[in-house]
Design a protein around this ligand. Sequence first.
Ligand SMILES: Cc1cc2nc3c(=O)[nH]c(=O)nc-3n(C[C@H](O)[C@H](O)[C@H](O)COP(=O)(O)OP(=O)(O)OC[C@H]3O[C@@H](n4cnc5c(N)ncnc54)[C@H](O)[C@@H]3O)c2cc1C
Length: 410
Amino acid sequence: MANDIIIAGGGYVGLCVAVAIKASAPHIPITLVDAAPRSALEKDERASAIAAAAARMLDQLGIWKRLLKDAQPINEMVVTDSRTNDPVRPVFLTFGEAGREGGKEVGGEPFAHMVPNKKMVGALRKRAEELGIELVHEETVAGFETSAGETTVTFGSGKTAKAALLIAADGVNSALRSQAGIRTVRRAYDQMGIVTTLSHERDHEGRAEEHFLPGGPFATLPLKGKRTSLVWTEPTDVAKRLMAADDFTFELELETRFGHKLGAFEVAGPRKAFPLGLTLARDFVRPRFALIGDAAHGIHPIAGQGLNLGFKDAAALAQTIVEADRLGLDIGAVTVLERYERWRRFDTVQMGVVTDVLNRLFSNDIGPLRALRTVGLGIVDRMPSLKQAFISQAAGRGEGNPLLLNGEAI
Ligand SMILES: Cc1cc2nc3c(=O)[nH]c(=O)nc-3n(C[C@H](O)[C@H](O)[C@H](O)COP(=O)(O)OP(=O)(O)OC[C@H]3O[C@@H](n4cnc5c(N)ncnc54)[C@H](O)[C@@H]3O)c2cc1C
């Protein structure tokens, strides 16, 4: 019986699960197939907030040290709720102040770092290659057929291969999820997230800001050097207008939201817009088949948690497979894979619901909701234990975390 694993999707989560399995079970052959050319992710100009728990896992896997020089700690997080043209945005909620303990997690580590996506993919690929994982680009997993002892995978090129397990890390519109007959709960937000990078005169001192504006959250996230990554949510028609606008108009709109706290600024990267929605898979596994990352759950970027959830999946699936393999069990058996599903489904549904409610509660200008938000944020801001709970959540601390998220090897 084959004990090979084939992974469809060489994005951040597909690469991470490959490394996490191979680091503890080097005898399992792993092939990772990605539809896009190798250069595609090297051009991803986005940056992601990487929670402390994910950073601990990346450290354990020999990846984090390679990212450190490009990773900007988030020392402080400020939340405001205002209208787009308000001259001053009253601060309702702060998590820590630059240089003080508040923005730090228990043990003194920042609760998150901002890491450029292209640095992340470079470090993950390097580690995957060191461990002997086969990376194939410009190839797709087109289909699969499962029998009792194995699954036969057919590639877009027409080749076939046999494996004990197919892991689908093929993103939010996963075609393999549909082929496996797994249904989803979906909600389109009629919003887009515009992403770009700004450079500015003054230092941000590691301060992240999230302004809840009627069109959607406007998040500014600190990068190394005097640079900031923007995730700017607007209704789809407004976002399309902004994307089509000339540089002058775009910067003018930006100015009403970003202001001049950090002195003069300029747009220092391309603009890109992503349609936003909620997609939750009803099941995560089938015999010899497991969903992971955005293929299992696509959520609103309002809390910067999408990739962190995917990294948690990677840690839980890797632990499930490695421990089953050590016991001599069949790693593709659905009874083995159900442990992974039980581990991850509740957490992902919970985060999907929280981001959905936050987005609907904040992305509007309805008077009574505005009053409710003001009271709610004020209460949280005055309760240190509640704030610490939010910080711990954002840092990825949780009961029953997989070993890797605690920085321990499987
Ligand atoms: C605007 C925005 C900001 C965000 N900010 C954050 C943040 O700050 N922090 C955070 O944690 N998350 C953030 N996220 C979420 C994060 O980007 C995603 O959760 C993450 O990229 C998902 O990674 P993935 O590997 O699961 O999927 P993807 O990155 O979508 O990768 C899927 C891969 O599968 C390949 N593929 C598709 N079909 C096939 C096939 N049939 N065969 C082979 N290959 C295939 C594709 O080529 C692709 O490389 C943000 C998202 C958005 C839209």
